[in-house]
Ligand binder design. Structure first.
Ligand code: EPZ
Length: 434
């Protein structure tokens, strides 16, 4: 099992580059199912979830080529010969976002068999709203042996009102509706930039979508979609994680290759805490020289404070003067990192969906355990300012959504190394080297 060894105390200086967004890349790869022509995706991050999606699509009969060397961030997918419209439990249990293939498979193949995702460290996370929406579009759905079986001769346009804002639910039904007969109007949709990016891709493929990025999306169904090329947006959560790393370590860091507009609520909150940042073009400069002051956050759907930044913010709050109340409103069990931070000396009390973080408390190195993707990022951030050498275990979680994070952080002065190597760089195949 891979682990990181991190010696704290080094301010981060220099330039750190952000990769493409995992949460934009996953639906984009699923969208390839909607056409029999090749889709070329660029700025694809080299993270574990991309590898899992490649396996998922390949198991259906798709040709998926993940680039290497200079093209390592390009992926070409062709779903001309889909033989088995199924997402197995083996793959879905590794990545819940596998449920993103449900809508596209029904829309393109007329049927789908997708394993239910099961439980998750951060919450129950059912996909009932995906199913309900597909039924609105005319699909017949049954559930058997842990699998959703869905079928429809051709989906038909409908009115869909989401009971709750769901990101992948919006994306799944957006994709399904592109090939439906007639117009679909979806309301109370997720407004995340990743949803808008998916709609951009689908419109390049010939879809007719309006309103993505707002709460109401209109989709005029078409009979077929074509291949295209699309560049994935940058990862706003990775960018936010690095901005907090700069603030926490008292460094001077330039986070480049991001879209500061997607981070505005996070940057506003950091300004309230006393962190100096300057955004320009595709970069955010953070100068961590000020005293950090406590401030409360409550996680919300976009454009509110992202739940995927909550754990990283909690690490920052341990070093802020005063009490910060961190309220988690999206997932019912997303404080697993808190007890690990307490092991490092933080003062955090959990009260239902609120965590009261008292600071500033000096952190000391300890052996800690990552429980999920963002929790592991929070522990890495805390270790960067802890006294001594911290061991972060189960970093396979962080590999799911951060591309070679230890190399990126080492590049700006962090003392971090990986023990074990289960997620090697994609090597140039022998045939090509010869
Ligand atoms: C997406 O998950 C992201 N994943 C998550 O990022 C992110 O935390 C989440 O949105 C919220 O921003 C991807 O995009 C691949 P939801 P998703 O459906 O779509 C409930 C990360 O760290 N709900 O918006 O699965 C659900 O339980 C990951 O990168 C239902 O009740 O989240 C939750 O309480 C973690 N029924 C709320 O809605 C449904 O059918 C929001 O979940 C669907 C959701």
């Amino acid at each position: 099992m891979d682990r990181f060894v991190i010696r704290g105390g080094n301010p981060l200086h220099g330039t750190i580059r952000v990769s493409g967004a995992k949460n934009a890349a996953l639906p984009a790869m699923a969208a390839a199912i909607l056409t029999d022509e090749p889709i070329v995706l660029e700025n694809i991050p080299q993270v574990r979830d991309i590898e899992t999606t490649r396996k998922l699509l390949a198991a259906m009969g798709a040709e998926v080529e993940l680039g290497y060397g200079r093209a390592q961030h390009r992926t070409t997918i062709c779903c001309r010969g889909l033989t088995s419209p199924e997402a197995s439990y083996e793959l879905v249990k590794q990545m819940r976002a596998s449920s993103l293939v449900l809508g596209p498979l029904v829309a393109r193949c007329g049927r789908a068999r997708v394993s239910l995702p099961g439980g998750c460290a951060i919450g129950a996370r059912p996909i009932d709203l995906h199913v309900k929406g597909l039924e609105c579009l005319g699909a017949t759905i049954t559930q058997e042996h842990g699998y959703i079986e869905a079928s429809a001769k051709r989906l038909r346009g409908a009115e869909i009102v989401f009971d709750k804002i769901t990101v992948t639910g919006t994306e799944d039904l957006l994709m399904a509706a592109t090939l439906a007969d007639g117009e679909t109007v979806m309301q109370n949709c997720a407004r995340e930039p990743e949803v808008a990016d998916l709609a951009d891709l689908l419109n390049r493929m010939g879809a007719r979508i309006e309103g993505a990025g707002t709460s109401t999306i209109r989709i005029k169904g078409v009979s077929r979609l074509r291949g295209t090329k699309h560049r994935i947006i940058p990862d706003r959560i990775e960018a936010g994680t690095f901005v907090i790393a700069g603030a926490l370590t008292g460094g001077d860091l330039n986070v480049v290759g991001c879209d500061p507009r997607h981070l505005s609520v996070v940057l506003e909150k950091l300004a309230e805490v006393g962190v100096r940042t300057a955004s320009a073009g595709d970069s955010v400069r953070v100068i961590g020289d000020g005293v950090l002051k406590a401030a409360d956050i409550g996680t919300e759907e976009y454009p509110g404070f992202p739940t995927d930044m909550q754990a990283q913010y909690m690490a920052l709050a341990t070093q802020a003067e005063g009490s910060s109340v961190v309220t988690e409103n999206i997932f019912e069990n997303r404080f697993m990192h808190a007890q690990e931070l307490v092991r490092m000396g933080a003062n955090i009390k959990i009260d239902g969906n609120r965590a009261i973080v008292k600071g500033k408390t000096p952190l000391s190195a300890a052996a800690v355990l990552a429980s999920d993707l963002r929790a592991s990022a929070s522990l890495v951030l805390a270790a960067l300012v802890a006294d001594g050498e911290t061991i972060v275990d189960r970093v396979y979680h962080i590999d799911r959504g951060y591309e070679h994070i230890e190399e990126k952080l080492r590049g700006v002065g962090a003392q971090i190394r990986r023990i074990g190597e289960i997620f090697p760089k994609r090597a140039v195949p022998a045939a090509v080297r010869a």
